[in-house]
Design a protein around this ligand. Structure first.
Ligand code: SF4
Length: 657
């Protein structure tokens, strides 16, 4: 690995991490092959035809590996029927059995299908939520107990040529791991390594590893740490299966997935991808494909970026870059959202509605919702009315100077304009924004910026390797001890909403998960300047929320559902959203089953978990507080629970929703 990186080939030049190659039936995975796209069925595994037809829809959409849950031996056995029917219809796509808690189902499935996924948090352990103070001898005895339970599966996989995924989930670590490491990235890594060492002792290496979490930041740190630990312990460089669990649906699910998966792909990590959305699995495939396809030509098209000798940040633990406070940027302020109106007319107050600021003519008052932008960038024009709700305006310097100094209007300089003004001894003792790219960082500029307490930097790039170039720019600022707040301008000009969502979340999110960035400005595409302000504003807030740097809406941690789900998860999620999406900052877990759901919803404040046909369990944090609530009353009871806790509030007027 190049200097400056402990977990990837290079922090500046794109290249895939070299891995072992894994065979899954006729499908190969690893760095010699394209990044594979996979998904999981949501139909009951005992419904053979339903599973076959859903698998075919997934395969036709581009799915290269179909995962199917096998909660017990009877489902594991039925995988054989599903697979035979798929073969009969001409589909040879490999199948992966998803196993939790049931070694005997795994041992059967490993004889029938091409891959088994085991969860090291529950393969040999039942969760009792106990914290035990293990002596070293007692811990080793536990490892020996795992070995006894796990070796038979390993030997079957070896004999049958079956691949294995050791799939750690942040939300379902064993009591043993929790006791020693807590629910931390290092705990996740150690959870996989306990099983991996046994595999290597048995000379079994046809393995892929995953480190999933519903929190992209935790997930990114865990994968990076895994790569480092594999290397440190001289274990094989196994391929990585990337995924963000319980990402949810719609824009939120896409943003979270891209932030976790995309951030790692940018650094060349990841050999297969599953995007977990609370949507039909065939809809996950184009999302995964859009994420992955971006890297097919990356190495060939990227502009070279100045190499790094050392990285000034710790990639394994989040710390926000320390900055000065300028106006309300940086310091301890939440990252700011700047709405870019430079390419569209803005003539009256109604034009601000898409960015969360509302004029109410009946009362002649202004209001704003939780997605109210903080700044307006108007480029070469100025807003002809007074801005409401503390909204401030940023204007290109040549126009700003014709207006004279005005409260709430601040100049934006190009680097040339900034240098000229400084050299002419002009002073700007108030907020001013300076555009900056990596190429600009030469000559006297950085010296002037070091001495300027009022500047906020607006960083930008046109390089297709955008995130690493901007990260390199942040590193340069840190190394030069320039602690000015930095706003990330994203302007990769995608043509579809999905691509914009996924790529903006990757590029901006990849910086935010490392604590880099004090604001976002997402630029409309040139082809479509006007229509996007509401979409881009919501996307900017969504990215900040997914990075957990600014909570502005309710967060839903919903599982993608699978054969264990006993209710319509999509429909239920939509109903819960409709009643609760005004509860800013509250995290609600919506889980299909009580076997894995409570663990998987990790740090949710409340949980809505299926526990039987039409029976729901309601959780406060990790604590179940109501069991067997009839499904038609469960949402009302959940709201009642929030009311008791004093966190419920009535939705605001429809206009502001
Ligand atoms: S939590 Fe959801 S996806 Fe996970 S096993 Fe249960 S029903 Fe399936």
């Amino acid at each position: 690995m190049a200097a400056g990186s402990e977990y990837c080939q290079s922090l500046t030049a794109y290249s895939r991490r070299p891995t072992t190659q894994v065979r899954v039936g006729d499908l190969w995975m690893g760095s010699d092959y394209p990044i594979r796209v996979q998904s999981m069925t949501t139909i009951d595994t005992m419904d053979t035809l339903g599973s076959v037809e859903q698998s075919i829809r997934m395969i036709e959409a581009g799915c290269e590996l179909v995962r199917i849950t096998a909660p017990s031996v009877k489902e594991a056995q039925n995988l054989d029927n599903i697979r035979k029917e798929l073969n009969r219809r001409g589909y040879r796509t490999p199948i992966c059995a998803d196993i939790h808690f049931t070694p005997n189902a795994a041992e059967l499935a490993a004889r029938l299908v091409e891959k088994v996924r085991i969860n090291p948090g529950n393969y040999a352990d039942k969760k009792r939520f106990e914290i035990v103070d293990y002596t070293e001898a007692a811990y080793q005895a536990e490892i020996e107990r795992i070995r006894e339970k796990f070796v038979p599966l390993v030997r079957i996989c070896k004999e049958y040529g079956t691949a294995m995924r050791i799939g750690t989930n942040h939300g379902s670590l064993s009591d043993r791991i929790m006791s020693r490491y807590g629910d931390t990235p290092i705990g996740m890594v150690e959870s996989a390594l306990e099983f991996l060492r046994i595999c290597e002792d048995e000379h079994f290496t046809n393995i892929v590893i995953s480190m999933k979490s519903s929190n992209p930041q935790v997930m990114v740190e865990a994968y990076r740490l895994l790569v480092k630990k594999l290397k440190d312990e001289n274990l094989q460089p196994y391929p990585l299966h990337l995924g963000v669990t319980e990402a949810g649906e719609g824009e939120d699910g896409r943003v979270k997935s891209a932030m976790g998966i995309g951030t790692l792909l940018e650094d060349g990590l990841g050999d297969t991808v599953r995007v977990s959305l609370t949507e039909d699995p065939e809809f996950e495939i184009p999302v995964a494909r859009t994420l992955v396809d971006r890297y097919a030509e990356r190495a060939a098209t990227a502009q070279p970026i100045e190499a790094l000798t050392t990285s000034p940040i710790n990639p394994f633990a989040y710390t926000r870059r320390i900055t000065a406070e300028v106006e309300n940027f940086g310091g301890k302020n939440v990252p700011r959202v700047i709405a870019d109106f430079s390419t569209q007319e803005i003539n009256n107050p109604a034009d601000l509605q898409p960015i969360g600021h509302f004029y109410l003519p009946a009362t002649d008052k202004w209001a704003m919702n939780d997605l109210g932008a903080d700044y307006l960038y108007t480029g070469s024009r100025s807003v002809p009315f007074m801005l409401p709700n503390g909204l401030k305006e940023l204007i290109d310097y040549p126009i700003w100077r014709t207006l004279g100094e005005q409260a709430h209007k601040f100049p934006v300089f190009t680097t040339t304009e900034y240098l000229t003004s400084i050299q002419e001894q002009q002073a700007f003792p108030f907020l001013h924004v300076v555009r900056l790219s990596l190429d600009d960082c030469e000559g006297d500029l950085l010296g002037y910026l070091q001495e300027d307490p009022y500047a906020v930097l607006l960083v930008e790039t046109t390089n297709s390797h955008a995130m690493p170039e901007l990260r390199r720019l942040f590193f340069k600022l840190i190394q030069q001890r320039i602690n000015l707040p930095v706003v990330i301008q994203w302007s990769q000009g995608q043509t579809t909403a999905d691509a914009t969502t996924l790529y903006a979340a990757t590029d901006c999110g990849g910086l935010l998960v490392d604590g880099l960035g004090d604001g976002l400005m997402l630029k409309p595409s040139v082809e479509n300047p006007g229509q996007q302000s509401k979409f881009l504003n919501s996307l900017a807030f969504g990215i900040l929320q997914a990075a957990r740097t600014r909570m502005s809406k309710t967060e839903y941690i919903s599982c993608p559902s699978c054969g264990r789900t006993l209710f319509d998860l999509q429909d239920t999620t939509a109903q819960i959203r409709q009643r609760t999406d005004h509860l800013k900052g509250i995290k609600i877990g919506i889980m299909g089953c009580i076997v894995n759901g409570p663990g998987e919803m990790a740090d949710a404040d409340y949980g809505y978990v299926g526990m039987g046909v039409n029976k729901i369990a309601l959780y406060r944090g990790q604590q179940v507080v109501k069991r067997s609530v009839p499904a038609d009353r469960a949402l009302d009871e959940l709201i009642e629970l929030m009311r008791e806790d004093g966190v419920w509030r009535e939705p605001e007027a429809a206009l502001l929703a």
